[in-house]
Design a protein around this ligand. Structure first.
Ligand code: GAR
Length: 197
């Protein structure tokens, strides 16, 4: 059984999908901790309800805004919790150095578009959906990929397409992409990585 650490920043619906998948779709891994870069993230409540240990590490307040220190502290917590695989489930901060090196090919991210469309630095949360609607594409979706030093640039593990409908707003589209793609492929892709070796 692989030990999974989940990083979040907000509502944590993808974390919830992982929690709910434990024992069914997610058979080869177990969530052992949740770390948030915001003290107000509702996902922390979801973790507590599921009896999963939590920790808050804020880039500014706890690390003086230093990205290397932020990465170092997250890495230290992941090691303390003996985490094998890290999942970024709506994690809106960028980290570097130590964490990427220590967990090379063992960090998984979910992104709310079909990479390489509407991704990269600054494209997070509602923004990929706003960009998709503005561009006028008829199909969007979600991508689960490995994390490397290029933002949203690591190897793609899984993708699922979702149709755009007339009258969609960014919020309506975000909800459909979550329901029809993210909450389905994230647990599947995490299981794929956990069961790989
Ligand atoms: C999700 O749509 C996720 O794909 C996206 O933020 C949302 C978080 O929701 N992630 C990114 O944009 C990362 N670049 P959640 O907190 O309810 O899971």
């Amino acid at each position: 059984m692989k030990r999974i650490g989940v990083l979040i920043s907000g509502g944590g619906t993808n974390l919830q999908a992982l929690i709910d998948a434990q024992g069914s779709v997610l058979k080869s891994g177990k969530i052992v901790c949740v770390c948030s870069n915001s003290a107000n993230a509702y996902g922390l409540e979801r973790a507590k309800k599921a009896d999963i240990p939590t920790k808050v590490i804020r880039k500014k307040a706890d690390c003086g805004g230093d990205i290397d220190e932020f990465s170092r502290q997250i890495c230290a917590y992941m090691k303390e919790m003996r985490v094998d695989i890290i999942v970024l489930a709506g994690f809106m901060a960028i980290f570097g150095g130590e964490l990427l090196k220590e967990y090379a090919d063992r960090i998984i991210n979910i992104h709310p578009s079909l990479i390489p469309s509407f991704c990269g630095e600054g494209m997070y949360g509602l923004k990929p959906h706003m960009a998709a609607l503005e561009y006028g594409v008829k199909v969007t979706g979600a991508t689960v990929h490995l994390v490397n030093e290029v933002v949203d640039g690591g190897r793609i593990l899984m993708q699922k397409a979702v149709y755009i409908e007339d009258g969609d707003t960014p919020e309506v589209l975000q909800k459909r992409v979550m329901e029809q793609a993210e909450w389905i492929i994230l647990p599947q892709a995490v299981e794929m990585v956990c069961s790989a070796d």
